[in-house]
Design a protein around this ligand. Structure first.
Ligand SMILES: [Mn+2]
Length: 246
């Protein structure tokens, strides 16, 4: 039995399924999806439903799931997040698929989604892992989305040390903790281009610095001749990784 993490699948259902096949994922294994399973690619709802019906898979909330939940569960927030989700962040394709579901299927999916973790910590082997879509706040540890305030969920899923448009830029909060952090949110190709001295930044490989491992393979950039992008499955037992090109 092995435990895997993958992040930022962004609606590419067939890529996800073929990746599970390529890593020989079995019923005895476990998979954590670290958020942003939806939007941009067309099949985000199928990905959520696939994770939902498998007892050996779970989802950590990303900023895209946060935007979806705030639009579909909390009408009071529509003014904040509607155009941000549907237009700016390519959520319309997800919304259109959601609209095709029966009322029962919608309720089931949203109930499940709003009770996913925002941060999950656990011990495996001799390591303490902390899984989060992007940022960290110890008061959110092992809390489910519905238990958190909007601002706390926003901060953990949107804030980044890699993006200059956030006040949290360059502050290595992870260094204060004993965890091995696994996260996504900013594509490894961009992080490697901006922050490493490696000559070759355009590769589908996790970005590892100190106690943080970023596994966002860059599906957000879509199918492209310019980028070597896709998804990265990281096996937490031995930190071996498997890149599946989009
Ligand atoms: Mn994200």
């Amino acid at each position: 039995m092995a435990v895997y993490a993958v992040s930022d699948i962004h609606g590419y259902y067939e890529l996800f399924i073929s990746g599970l096949d390529k890593i020989n994922f079995t019923d005895g294994d476990f998979l954590w999806c670290l958020g942003d399973s939806i939007d941009r690619g067309k099949d985000g709802i199928k990905i959520l439903q696939h994770i939902m019906v498998h007892d050996n898979m779970d989802l950590i909330i990303g900023n895209h799931e946060l935007m979806m939940l705030n639009n579909l569960c909390n009408p009071a927030n529509n003014g904040i997040n509607q155009s941000l989700w549907l237009d700016t962040n390519e959520g319309r394709v997800t919304y259109e698929q959601f609209a095709l579901l029966s009322q029962e299927e919608r309720a089931l999916l949203l109930n499940w989604l709003s009770s996913r973790y925002v941060i999950k910590t656990f011990e495996l082997g001799n390591r303490l892992f902390c899984l989060t879509h992007s940022y960290y706040n110890d008061k959110c540890n092992n809390k489910r989305f519905f238990e958190l305030s909007y601002s706390d969920a926003w901060s953990v899923t949107w804030s980044s040390i890699w993006r200059e448009d956030f006040l949290t830029h360059a502050l290595d909060i992870y260094a204060d903790y004993a965890y091995t952090f696994i996260n996504g949110h900013v594509p490894v190709q961009q992080v490697r281009r901006w922050y490493s001295n490696e000559n070759e930044w355009n590769k589908l490989e996790s970005f590892y610095r100190n106690n943080v491992i970023n596994i966002d393979g860059g599906c957000a950039m879509g199918r492209s001749n310019e980028f070597m992008n896709g998804i990265i499955f990281l096996r937490l037992d031995d930190l071996q990784e498997f890149g599946i090109t989009l």
